[in-house]
Design a binder for this molecule. Structure first.
Ligand SMILES: [Fe+2]
Length: 318
């Protein structure tokens, strides 16, 4: 793959499609963000992902063992089984750190049911694409972002937009939000549902077979606003199962979130940001509380007072 995975010169999706011979590696999905569709050779192992969800659904004992490897928040999230208002999906939330805690016996038990293939996939993807995408984003940012990404702070998510949730007719697969980290690569199983907010309140569907690179809040801040991030959501169709695999990449947890490099921000950022008082770990904790509420895994006192992104916008912008 070329090093310029994401370039400002890439063809907007609204222009006429090029002939297959000169198809670009990248197409922007909307004019208001740096979200792009990328032609990656790698495809996510969806049969293995489905097998893993189905195996765990039938083996609660193994779910308990897997969750025990990360007792703080668990690994498998199934709040949608009993919460009508939360995102109607199940997730498996892995990371290199969490994977290293899975006992050998559990690994041997789950590997033939998809876990082995899934972890091999994420490990290969992160080695193959993360440095390349970071260099492309650095071009957009006008500064080298890799210095803030030395420890590969990554999460691996599997999502099962399963018809058998508490609210089978609900169209809410995943509520509108902007990712917190630097970028996310979303692999889809061919089923539509992912949508990007083009302008406030206007949603554009992403083709179900597209592999998408989405930028997040940390990219916006580190680039001084030169990188923009898209709000997105997932809509469900009743009775239709949809699977996705997402690689999240964030800066190192101790990085102070402020514009890197010497250029002036393109938009005024808050004093907290400009003084370098907000580190990635704190930012993730604040956002994480919101997303766990949306996913149904945590209660909140003032959940309705501000939307997830409004609160973050107040924290970020001057
Ligand atoms: Fe997201």
């Amino acid at each position: 793959m070329a090093t310029d995975v994401i370039t400002p010169q890439a063809t907007p999706i609204t222009s006429p499609p090029p002939s297959p011979a000169e198809a670009p590696a990248v197409a922007f999905l909307g004019s208001m963000s740096t979200t792009v569709s990328v032609n990656l050779e790698a495809k996510a192992p969806f049969p293995a992902i489905q097998a893993l969800f189905d195996h765990l659904d039938a083996h609660p004992d193994e779910v308990a063992k897997l969750n025990a490897t990360y007792p703080h928040r668990g690994v498998i999230k199934t709040a949608a089984l009993h919460k009508l208002e939360s995102d109607q999906k199940f997730t498996i939330d892995l990371s290199p750190m969490r994977n290293s805690r899975i006992p050998e016996a559990l690994r041997q038990s789950l590997d033939p049911h998809g876990l082995g293939e899934v972890l091999d996939f994420f490990n290969a993807i992160s080695a193959q694409y993360v440095p390349t995408i970071l260099s492309s984003l650095s071009l957009l940012a006008g500064t080298d972002l890799s210095a803030a990404h030395t420890s590969y702070n990554m999460n691996y998510h599997l999502c099962d937009y399963n018809p058998n949730t508490a609210a089978p007719e609900s169209s809410n697969g995943c509520g509108a939000h902007t990712d917190y980290g630097t970028f996310s690569i979303i692999f889809q199983d061919g089923t539509p549902g992912l949508e990007l907010e083009e302008t406030p309140g206007t949603w554009i569907p992403v083709p179900g077979d597209a592999t998408v690179v989405l930028t997040g809040w940390c990219a916006v801040i580190l680039s001084g606003g030169r990188i923009s991030a898209a709000k997105h959501r997932v809509r469900r169709a009743p009775g239709v199962r949809r699977l996705s695999a997402v690689l999240f990449v964030a800066p190192d947890l101790d990085v102070k979130l402020k514009p890197m490099g010497d250029s002036q921000p393109t938009r005024a950022l808050s004093n907290t940001i400009m003084r370098g008082e907000l580190d990635v770990k704190t930012f993730k904790d604040v956002i994480g509380k919101r997303w766990r509420y949306r996913e149904g895994n945590e209660e909140m006192d003032n959940a309705d007072s501000l939307s997830q992104d409004n609160e973050i916008e107040n924290m970020v912008w001057g």
